[in-house]
Design a protein around this ligand. Structure first.
Ligand code: SAM
Length: 273
């Protein structure tokens, strides 16, 4: 396989890989991620990792679900860190499988630091983050010469509960803003952007279950997206994409040869504008 790691540490020492699983479609796993799953002795995985990916793991691996629902943390972060350290100290190869990319809004930094502080060899295998996966599978380019020369990834979730977003920076023109965990505060986000000077006609989209077989994409504008999504009972995970690039979907989606692109039975597409 591409990288044996680390060469100079005996197998008995144990180690942990923080592995990005990508946004859902198993085809978006990296080769290193697939190899890590195959070799795992302990698999600690998040919520929202599809069965098709979990099925790729070593069937003999000890499995533990350590994921987090929004208000239902199944394991406190400190306890999860301690579990990884304990299993590695038993001399085992621990794969900590995380949605998307471990270092994008996924506490991968905290986990890597905790492992390093405990003297456990750690490797981070990057994954395709939700923004890249959802954009590709929804037919929405994140940058485009005609529309956006900058792209910001932000999260609407903060430790103290308020979004704490920098509205002026997010409302500026000629950029794409991708908002993770933006479904629940959708109304607040659209209103905040308009109040900060973004036109109510600015295109926006929600991608629900991006890259999964049941992906739904709802397009609209900052002014009408909350209304358009109101009756659809959209679920997590959902990603909000704001910017003129969303209008490009019209030119791309009809011939997008990608499995999760909205089929009539899955589509919640509403005409943009
Ligand atoms: C805790 S963050 C983790 C992000 C992850 N580390 C990544 O790089 O994509 C979870 C949020 O990512 C977004 N997300 C992750 N996977 C998604 C998917 N398949 N479709 C839509 N949004 C997704 C949603 O906004 C979700 O609430």
């Amino acid at each position: 396989m591409s990288r044996a790691f680390p060469h100079d540490i005996p197998a008995a020492a144990g180690r942990v890989d923080l592995v990005g699983a990508g946004p859902g479609d198993p085809g978006l796993l990296t080769l290193d991620a697939a190899a890590a799953l195959r070799d795992a002795e302990v698999l600690l995985h998040d919520r929202l990792i599809p069965e098709a990916i979990l099925d790729m793991a070593n069937p003999g691996a000890e499995r533990c679900y350590v994921g987090k629902a929004r208000s239902n943390h199944s394991l406190r972060q400190e306890d999860l860190n301690a579990l990884m350290v304990a299993r590695a100290r038993e001399g085992r190869y621990v794969v900590r499988l995380k949605g998307g990319d471990p270092y994008v809004f996924g506490r991968g930094g905290e986990e890597a630091a905790a492992l390093a502080a405990a003297g456990i060899p750690v490797r981070v295998i990057p994954g395709i983050t939700a923004a890249g996966g959802c954009a590709a599978f929804a037919g929405i380019p994140l940058t485009h010469r005609d529309h956006a020369h900058r792209c910001q990834f932000v999260t609407a979730h903060r430790r103290n509960g308020s979004t704490g977003l920098d509205w002026d920076a997010l409302a500026a023109p000629r950029q794409t803003v991708v908002i993770y965990m933006g479904l629940n505060p959708l109304r607040e986000i659209c209103a905040g952007l308009i109040e900060a000077g973004a036109p109510a006609e600015r295109p926006a989209a929600i991608v629900e279950h991006g890259t999964w077989p049941g992906q739904r994409v709802v397009t609209g504008t900052l002014g009408d997206l909350p209304r358009r999504t109101a009756d659809l009972t959209l679920q997590s995970p959902s990603l909000l994409i704001v910017g003129d690039v969303v209008s490009e979907r019209r030119n791309i989606a009809a011939f997008l040869n990608q499995e999760a692109v909205d089929t009539p039975e899955h589509s919640a597409e509403v005409a943009n504008g």
